[in-house]
Design a protein around this ligand. Structure first.
Ligand code: FHN
Length: 500
């Protein structure tokens, strides 16, 4: 028993010290040189190949929806902007400083009484997402303010107490399922307004009692979501960075196990929990905690190698860090459809999904710019989606013209940088047994000439194939060249090396 006590004390100390998580989102992951005994590591042994994970790998494009009572103020109050006073629009409850309204949280915590969402139409949202080409959607059931968009039995702070009354989560789940779009439910662990929540590790008996009550409440709500909405494919966790949650690694380990047993095939990202040393996303030995890397938020991996072969998705806002609805986008750079296409193709070229965020207003309307982007993105996906869905990374040398994706012996190059001479040069290792032998423009199905261009550069490991894009072809947006890979008809000659 004494040994156990020492162990628990040691791990608590380590936990407190180890603020860092192995998951570096800013560069290649350096696997720890020494492996250590980890009791609370991954619950999923290897890369899953079941239907839900195969579907995840094939999604390509997803939609995130942040919606809650924070949409009513829309990042301002009585004409005063919260910009700079709160971290983001859905963080407006934490608005502080000189400009913040007096007794703001009292005001905020009564917003639910005016949450009538008179324009809310889940079917309209789902149709828009379908037309945009989204294959999965992540929906905020409850954000950090604790307001639940479903009639939870475990808190009175929920949709049933609003003028709208009805179960918004159910309406959204059903509408998206009817459009064939998989639903993942977003769940924030932390709750700013919950008296039993605390960010720090509970110390006193009273604090431990309160936080244990909070953990039981969290478990109840999660099991309730799985009971109420059995068709969902995954849970998307957030707000799991506080020391209190990190110290509850035994609870979170057991809860993940329980949820997976209750809902076979459930997909859970790496943000849910940590190991006993406090390592999040990846345990202290560098093993992924969850089914996919869930740390690419408003950032993109620079190289495929950074992903270490893990599944992942990148979640992205249109205005900078604008997850919940913002009335005022002025003065901000807001991403264009072309920016989003670039990030989407970049993601799928590295075996990831790209998830674009929408933040409906307090009545349930998408922002006009979101409507515009959804339409433009959908128009592009209708013609070129073949280069995005169900594709995988290819090991060819990177192209300077755009992003490669591959499906069997179909190789796609989505061109963002069109060469002025019309020659799209594909570098292929000289030793390759599969090279581009045919090509078409995906949008027009017009056949393109493919020429072997063995430049004969000394020391060059590659040979080249030129795909000729006719000047007559015009495109105001990225376009896709679809190539067929086959056996090379001409071998790159072994040339003598220059003497010098
Ligand atoms: O704090 C949240 C934030 O409000 C937003 O929900 C994003 C989207 O995933 N997640 C957290 C910030 O990392």
């Amino acid at each position: 028993m004494k040994k156990m006590k020492k162990y628990i004390l040691l791990s608590a100390v380590l936990l407190a010290l180890s603020g860092t998580s192995y998951g570096q989102w800013t560069g290649p992951k350096k696997k720890p040189t020494e492996q250590k005994e980890v009791m609370y590591g991954p619950l999923v042994s290897a890369k899953r190949t079941d239907a839900n994970m195969e579907a995840f790998r094939n999604y390509g494009l997803g939609q995130f929806i942040h919606w809650g009572v924070y949409a009513i103020p829309g990042n301002e109050w009585e004409g005063v902007s919260a910009r700079g006073g709160a971290a983001a629009s859905e963080w407006i409850r934490s608005w502080g400083g000189a400009n913040a309204p007096k007794d703001w949280t009292k005001t905020y915590d009564n917003l639910y009484k005016s949450f009538s969402v008179k324009d809310f139409d889940a079917k309209k949202w789902a149709k828009q997402a379908k037309d945009m080409g989204a294959k999965y959607m992540i929906f905020t059931t409850k954000h950090h303010d604790g307001f639940a968009l479903w009639p939870t039995k475990y808190s009175d702070y929920n949709i049933s107490k609003t003028p709208y009354k009805k179960d918004i989560v159910k309406e959204v789940v059903d509408a998206y399922a009817a459009e064939g779009i998989d639903v993942y439910l977003y769940f924030s662990v932390l709750e700013w307004n919950n008296p039993d929540y605390m960010g720090k590790v509970p110390q006193t008996t009273e604090e431990k009692k309160r936080f244990d009550k909070f953990l039981a409440y969290t478990r109840n709500q999660l099991l309730e979501l799985l009971d109420n909405y059995p068709t969902i494919k995954g849970l998307w966790f957030d707000g799991t960075w506080d020391a209190s949650w990190k110290a509850a690694y035994d609870f979170t380990y057991k809860l993940e196990k329980e949820m997976r047993e209750k809902h076979p095939g459930l997909v859970i990202g790496s943000r849910f929990r940590n190991d006993e040393y406090g390592a999040r996303h990846f345990d202290s030995n560098g093993n992924l905690l969850g089914d996919y890397e869930q740390g690419w938020e408003r950032k993109m991996p620079k190289e495929y190698e950074w992903l270490d072969g893990n599944d992942w998705d990148a979640v992205m806002t249109i205005p900078p860090n604008g997850w919940g609805y913002m009335k005022d986008w002025s003065g901000l750079y807001t991403k264009t459809t072309d920016d989003i296409l670039d990030m989407l193709l970049n993601s799928v070229s590295m075996n990831g999904n790209f998830v674009l965020n929408f933040g409906p207003d307090g009545e349930g309307n998408m922002h006009p710019r979101e409507d515009k982007i959804a339409k433009e993105l959908g128009d592009w996906m209708k013609v070129n989606g073949e280069a995005v869905y169900g594709v995988r990374h290819t090991d060819l040398p990177l192209s300077k013209y755009g992003y490669y994706t591959q499906k069997g012996d179909d190789l796609y190059l989505t061109v963002f940088n069109r060469p002025v001479n019309g020659i799209v040069r594909i570098a292929v290792p000289k030793a390759a047994t599969q090279v581009p032998v045919e090509a078409i423009l995906l949008s027009t199905k017009v056949t393109l000439e493919v020429k072997h261009a063995d430049i004969g550069l000394d020391l060059d490991k590659n040979t080249y194939y030129d795909v000729m894009v006719p000047n007559s072809f015009s495109s105001s947006r990225a376009f896709v060249i679809k190539m067929k890979l086959g056996t090379p008809v001409s071998k790159a000659d072994k040339l003598m090396e220059a003497k010098m």
